[in-house]
Design a protein around this ligand. Structure first.
Ligand code: BGC
Length: 385
């Protein structure tokens, strides 16, 4: 909520400036720093992505690279194989190649701090891409999607499907997962969802009967999110965790009504576990739980078409690449970065942020992914047949 108030304050401040026409200069951190036109065409820009093994980061990295190359910049694009040390080495390599801007989607938002500090000290602008870089002043900008909104969309899907607003009493059995403990985003996703789901735990309509995370009850708080996290967002880890939940609590035909999953890869792990342990549960019937997700991965498109997954949160990474591309061009031209519509605190500073809107996708609007140019009709047809 604090964030929303700040965003409002920022907008109000901007309106005041327009009205008075006397707000030259800018708030600390919002000005590009260098003189006008300070980054020449042909200069190097570094893009450091966390891993190749998750679909989105390949799209993210390659989209941005293509746009920057088209505009005449040299690009170093690296993928860190989910290893913080590798990511730090990748960023050092960018600094050694005189990168003027370094764009980082952190594997570990805290561990990457020293590397971006070196980049910043060498005069590069640092942009946190999708995931915030924590505990350092060396972050100039952040671009991402409204983080809590992701969890809000997931929780509202479950609330809707279970009929909770219509007064359904349950109790409904739900199991909950959060993302990687080293990713600052994961807490925000959970906060968005938990703020909506917790009241139903309070009233006893939702229960989580397993001991996952030492038990999720009405007293569970957002700060406990790491107890139900999945290291590195891994499908295999989620599958293992879900298998032990099923073994301990659902081995005798007990009904599982819903699973809050924050990412399509985790949803896939959950689905694998259900298929392995509870063959009596059938997609498309009421024996199968409502399962959420995020990223509109190809596997999720297919799972949604087959009624295995109910929902995913679509983040149009083409738009995120556009947003960051515009930031870089404005920085290069020595202009003030436009489109800042919020700020996030990284335990050190408030980082000026560009926040885009995520979209809810279910079977009903699955083809919106084609309309958005995110997936081709041909691929969509292959995945959904
Ligand atoms: C991103 C999500 C993604 C997750 C796993 C998060 O930081 O914001 O879009 O699903 O990482 O890669």
């Amino acid at each position: 909520m604090r964030f929303t108030k700040k965003a409002v304050a920022l907008l109000a401040g901007a309106a005041l400036c327009l009205g008075l026409g006397a707000c030259g200069g800018s708030r600390g951190g919002q000005q590009a720093g260098g003189e006008a036109g300070s980054i020449e065409k042909g200069a190097t820009i570094g893009i450091s992505m966390p891993t190749k093994s998750e679909e989105r980061w390949n799209k993210d990295g390659n989209n941005l690279k293509a746009k920057l190359e088209k505009a005449g910049y040299k690009v170093i694009l690296s993928f860190a194989d989910d290893k913080p040390a590798q990511q730090n080495a990748d960023i050092e390599n960018m600094v050694n190649n005189d990168a003027k801007v370094v764009v980082v989607a952190a594997k570990d938002g805290t561990a990457v701090g020293p590397a971006v500090e070196k980049a910043h000290d060498a005069g590069a602008k640092v942009i946190a891409y999708d995931r915030l870089i924590m505990n350092t002043e060396a972050v100039d900008y952040y671009a991402t999607f409204q983080l809590e909104q992701v969890g809000v969309l997931e929780a509202n899907y479950l609330i809707d499907k279970l009929g909770l607003k219509d007064g359904a009493k349950g109790p409904f059995n739900i199991e909950l997962f959060t993302g990687s403990p080293d990713d600052n985003n994961a807490k925000y996703f959970f906060k968005g969802a938990w703020d909506l789901l917790q009241p139903y735990f309070e009233s006893g309509v939702l229960v989580s009967p397993s001991n996952h995370g030492q038990g999720v009850t009405k007293d569970f708080t957002v700060d406990d999110w790491q107890a139900i996290s999945v290291q590195s967002w891994k499908t295999e880890q989620a599958q293992k965790d879900m298998e032990s939940i099923l073994d301990s609590t659902y081995a005798h035909g007990e009904k599982l009504d819903a699973v809050l999953s924050p990412y399509d890869g985790i949803s896939q792990g959950v689905i694998n576990a259900i298929e392995a342990k509870r063959p009596d549960m059938k997609p498309g019937t009421d024996t199968w739980p409502y399962i959420t997700g995020q990223d509109a991965m190809e596997i999720a498109v297919s799972n949604i078409a087959k009624d295995k997954q109910g929902e995913t949160v679509f983040k149009n990474v083409n738009e995120l690449a556009d947003a960051v591309y515009e930031m870089i061009i404005e920085i290069a031209e020595g202009k003030e970065v436009s489109g800042i519509n919020g700020e996030f605190n990284n335990n050190s500073i408030d980082v000026p942020s560009k926040l885009l809107d995520p979209q809810n996708i279910t079977k009903d609007n699955l083809s919106d992914l084609v309309k958005a140019g995110y997936i081709t009709q041909e691929r969509f047809d292959e995945l959904t047949k």
